[in-house]
Design a protein around this ligand. Structure first.
Ligand code: G1P
Length: 301
C-alpha cells in the first residue's frame, strides 16, 4: 500500500522581473487573471485533487500572498454589516476550513530544486504534489492533477505533466526522455530528464510543465545540491537521478496550459477566462466586434 498524497508545495519566491513595474511592490503570483490572483488557480487545482496541506516556499515581499490566504477580519466584518454575503463567501472561503497552510522561506534564489528542498522539513517522508503557479492548467474535466495523484497512490511511481513543445521553445523546459517508449492512454514512461537542452541535443519534444507528484526520495538527491543548467540547483537533475531507482511517468497534458510567467501567456489566460465568463464573455465579444475597435486594432501599436 503506497502513501497518500496529502501535501502540495508551491514555490513562490520568484521576483517576477518580467512583469515590472507591476511587480515592483506586488508578488507576481498576485497578478490577476480576470478576477482571481494567478496563485489561486493552482491552489484550487490542488484542492480539487484532494490536497489537505499547502506549503508555500516564499521570499521577501510576499506578504500580500500570505494575506490572501488568511482571514481578513476587518473586511469580513464590513461585508457582513453591509449584507454582502456573496462577497463575504468569496473572501472567507479562499481555503476550506480543513486545509492547513505553511510558509517557509527560500533565503536565496538558488533554483527550483533548492526551493523544493526548502520544503523538506514540512513535507517529511511522504509523497507530495509540486505545482509551479506560473502555469495555469485548464483541462476540460479539470481532473488531471487528481489523475496523477491516483496514479501515484496506485503505483508508488512519481508522475510529471508534459506537453509537446515547439522546437524553438525546447530550451525553456525540462525535457522527458522516453527512450523510444510510446505514449499509451496519454501516459509515457520516462527514462531520463534533461533541463533546458539545446533543441539539437533534446531527446524529445516532451516539455515538463509545472505539475509533479514526487516521491520523498527526491529530497535526498536535492540535498546533494549539484549546480546545473543556468548555475542553479535543478529539480530536473534530481528527477533524473530518482529515475535510476524508481519508475517515473509522464502525463500528457490534455487541455490548455497558460504560462503566466510570460506576458503573452498571461494575456492569453486573461482572454480565455474572460471570454468563458458568463458576464464578461458576451460583453467582451461585443466590444471586439465594433468597427472602430477593429480598425484601431488593425493598426500596429
Ligand atoms: C521550470 C523547470 C522546468 C520546467 C518549467 C515548466 O523552469 O525548471 O524543468 O519545464 O519550469 O514551467 P522555469 O520556467 O522556472 O525556468
Amino acid at each position: 500500500m503506497t502513501q497518500k498524497v496529502r501535501k502540495a508545495v508551491f514555490p513562490v519566491a520568484g521576483l517576477g522581473t518580467r512583469f515590472l513595474p507591476a511587480t515592483k511592490s506586488m508578488p507576481k503570483e498576485m497578478l490577476t487573471v480576470v478576477d482571481k490572483p494567478v496563485i489561486q488557480y493552482a491552489v484550487e487545482e490542488a484542492l480539487a485533487a484532494g490536497i489537505e496541506e499547502i506549503i508555500f516556499v516564499t521570499g521577501r515581499g510576499k506578504s500580500a500572498l500570505e494575506n490572501h490566504f488568511d482571514k481578513p477580519y476587518e473586511l469580513s466584518d464590513a461585508l457582513r454589516k453591509k449584507g454582502k454575503m456573496k462577497e463575504l463567501d468569496m473572501v472567507e472561503n479562499v481555503l476550506p476550513e480543513n486545509v492547513r497552510v505553511y510558509y517557509t522561506r527560500q533565503g536565496a534564489p538558488l533554483g527550483l530544486g533548492h526551493a523544493v528542498l526548502c520544503a523538506r522539513g514540512i513535507v517529511g517522508n511522504e509523497p507530495f504534489a509540486l505545482l509551479l503557479p506560473d502555469d495555469i492548467i485548464y483541462s476540460n474535466q479539470g481532473t488531471m492533477l487528481k489523475d496523477m495523484v491516483d496514479a501515484y497512490e496506485e503505483t508508488g511511481c512519481s508522475q510529471v505533466m508534459v506537453q509537446e513543445v515547439p522546437t524553438d521553445r525546447i530550451k525553456n523546459y525540462g525535457i522527458l526522455d522516453p527512450k523510444g517508449a510510446e505514449v499509451k492512454n496519454g501516459r509515457v514512461q520516462a527514462h531520463a530528464f534533461v533541463e533546458k537542452p539545446k533543441p539539437e541535443d533534446a531527446p524529445s519534444n516532451l516539455g515538463v510543465v509545472g505539475r509533479y507528484i514526487l516521491s520523498p526520495r527526491i529530497f535526498d538527491f536535492l540535498e546533494e545540491k549539484v549546480v546545473g543548467a543556468g548555475g542553479e540547483i535543478q529539480l530536473t537533475d534530481a528527477m533524473d537521478k530518482l529515475i535510476q531507482e524508481q519508475d517515473f511517468y509522464g502525463f500528457l497534458l490534455d487541455g490548455q496550459r497558460f504560462d503566466c510567467g510570460d506576458k503573452v501567456g498571461f494575456q492569453q489566460a486573461n482572454l480565455f477566462y474572460a471570454l468563458k465568463d458568463d458576464y464578461i464573455g458576451p460583453r467582451l465579444r461585443e466590444f471586439l466586434e465594433q468597427e472602430h475597435i477593429k480598425n484601431e486594432l488593425s493598426k500596429t501599436a
